[in-house]
Ligand binder design. Structure first.
Ligand code: ADP
Length: 254
């Protein structure tokens, strides 16, 4: 059987095709048209796997753009897809912390990997990947460089929670000659602190997994671990967790 899971996020659209247990994956910037991007993702997955469209049994969609995904046989919430993806990648995990482009979520799992409870911040950019993207641009860095650009020993406190004010605060810190490495460490801490507070309110059970594109950033992982007082596990395919979950749910047809 051949199935596809597509996670149409605010920043990136991730796709996974599973054929006889083999996974092919791809990622595209979502851009302005989630519909066109999801079609491009499917075309690329078919190209990578050498499959014809007719061989695909089911396509499941998730992510914020799933409403526009008319090629999907079914759409599923990101919460369920992340839970299913983690059950595959890190089955022992009981709490998922997902930080994506425009929201952050904490998901508590039961012993069989089922969703027990969750909390979400989608009201404010602080504590999201978008916040880090804006700050990276202000600092003249690429978001993918932030993890290696920090120096926790020189960390500067960033007091503004609001993205617009935090940007002004950073410009002020740079104007005073503060090192970028200390500013970046402060930014990571501010994201870690905010998301850890949400996780603590919901209640954490270890082991903890960190998913979403922001989990690639080693500095946010470090800050999150410091704020939680626990280590967090990050899969090599952390940004694909939702797409993997959607593909597995398509395979199981649930
Ligand atoms: P969404 O599902 O909302 O599109 P993702 O889970 O794909 O979000 O995460 C996107 C975020 O991940 C970006 O805003 C950025 O902060 C972060 N990110 C993406 N790629 C990298 C990378 N290579 N290194 C560090 N951070 C990254």
């Amino acid at each position: 059987m051949v199935v596809i899971g597509v996670d149409i996020g605010s920043v990136a659209t991730k796709g996974i095709l599973i054929s006889d247990g083999i996974q092919h994956k791809t990622i595209f910037p979502t851009g302005w048209s989630p519909r066109d991007t999801s079609e491009a993702v499917i075309a690329q997955l078919l190209h990578l796997s050498g499959m014809e469209r007719q061989r695909v049994t089911r396509i499941f969609g998730t992510g914020y753009g799933r409403v526009a995904f008319d090629q999907a046989d079914k759409t599923i919430t990101e919460i369920k897809c992340h839970a299913r993806g983690i059950a595959e990648l890190l089955p022992e995990v009981r709490t998922i912390i997902d930080i994506g482009g425009q929201d952050s979520k904490v998901i508590r799992l039961g012993e069989r990997g089922q969703v027990v409870d969750f909390a979400m911040n989608d009201k404010c950019a602080a504590g999201t990947g978008r916040f880090l993207q804006v700050m990276a641009t202000t600092l003249g860095l690429d978001v993918s460089d932030l993890g290696s650009a920090e120096d926790p020993a020189q960390r500067l406190a960033i007091s503004s929670m609001c993205t617009v004010f935090a940007e002004s605060e950073i410009i002020g810190l740079m104007a005073k000659g503060n090192p970028k490495s200390g500013i970046v460490a402060g930014l990571h801490q501010s994201v870690g602190k905010r998301v850890a507070a949400m996780a603590k309110r919901l209640g954490i059970q270890e082991p903890i997994a960190f998913t979403g594109g922001v989990a690639i950033n080693q500095g946010v992982k470090r800050a999150l671990e410091e704020e939680l007082g626990s280590s967090v596990m990050v899969s090599e395919v952390c940004q694909y967790t939702g797409a993997l979950g959607a593909a597995l749910l398509a395979l199981e047809n649930v």
